[in-house]
Design a protein around this ligand. Structure first.
Ligand code: IPD
Ligand code: CA
Length: 263
């Protein structure tokens, strides 16, 4: 039987509370006709409500911790406080608003210059992916390991695809074309934090995306590392938490992907 640390217990409780509001709103969205699903105000409200719940629960439990969160303009930097919560209340908002059940709540805890805990909660499946520095990565009570494939040809790789003028579309097409000829399959699921949790859980062998935000990747980075994998910058020197360019998987898969993406 797993003993959850105080931090993980707090993070799980906050995510569970927020998920009640998120799932109620998801239920409402599922009932809407497809033509009126892109209800941006409704979705923005769902994000804000969830973030407020998480913020309230975490600040009640831990005083003087900073917050770096997706919604709103009140963002502290991870250097402002010794401890900072990094939060995405609904990662995979586009899926959420279209009734696609692939989205997550992402909460990480950063101390000075390192991530010390991470949680990605998939509320539709009631799955907690969590990790703490030095104690491993878990899906609920089950220990996680990244896969041990040594080459790409049998690998399933998740990726992010730039959209709506964001990112370098031409470069992405070139990268995707180069990778797709070498792998068993590519998957674009639509929630980077959960994609990284899937890498940690060995559901996919790797993941890459450019231009993400700290709240998309923070929890996933520690999950992958504690599952025995690498979550690295695409050019290997950059810190993915700071640049948002990330490649993850076991060491071999990360190296193979880096070679292709940098060539
Ligand atoms: C998005 C998701 C998506 C990724 C985007 C992110 P959001 O986060 O993680 O998978 O491709 O770049 O912005 O907007 O749904 O919280
Ligand atoms: Ca996000």
């Amino acid at each position: 039987m797993i003993r959850y640390s105080a931090n993980i217990t707090i993070m799980m409780a906050a995510a569970r509370k927020a998920s009640k509001s998120i799932l109620r709103d998801f239920g409402e969205l599922e009932k809407l006709q497809v033509s009126i699903k892109g209800q941006n105000d409704f979705v923005t409200m769902a994000d804000i409500k969830a973030q407020e719940i998480i913020h309230y629960e975490l600040s009640r439990a831990r005083e003087n911790y900073g917050f770096l969160m997706e919604e709103g303009n009140n963002k502290s930097s991870i250097n402002d406080n010794e401890f900072t919560w990094i939060i995405d209340p609904i990662d995979g908002t586009l899926n959420f608003m279209n009734g696609i059940p692939y989205f997550g709540i992402s909460i990480a805890l950063n101390q000075k210059d390192k991530l010390i805990a991470g949680l990605v909660y998939d509320p539709v499946h009631n799955d907690f992916y969590w990790a703490e520095e030095g104690t491993g990565a878990y899906l609920n009570d089950q220990r996680l390991r990244v896969t041990n494939k040594s080459t790409l040809d049998k690998s399933v790789i998740a990726l992010g695809i730039p959209f709506l003028g964001r990112g370098d579309h031409k470069q992405h097409i070139r990268s995707q074309e180069a990778v797709m000829s070498k792998v068993a399959g590519l998957r674009r699921f639509g929630a980077a934090s959960l994609d990284l949790a899937y890498v940690a859980a060995g559901k996919v062998d790797g993941f890459w995306e450019y231009g993400l935000s700290p709240w998309d990747v923070a929890a996933g980075i520690i999950l992958v590392k504690e599952a025995g994998g690498l979550a690295s910058g695409i050019d290997n020197i950059e810190n993915p938490l700071l640049t948002g360019n990330i490649v993850a998987g076991n060491v071999n898969i990360v190296k193979e992907l880096q070679n292709i993406l940098n060539s």
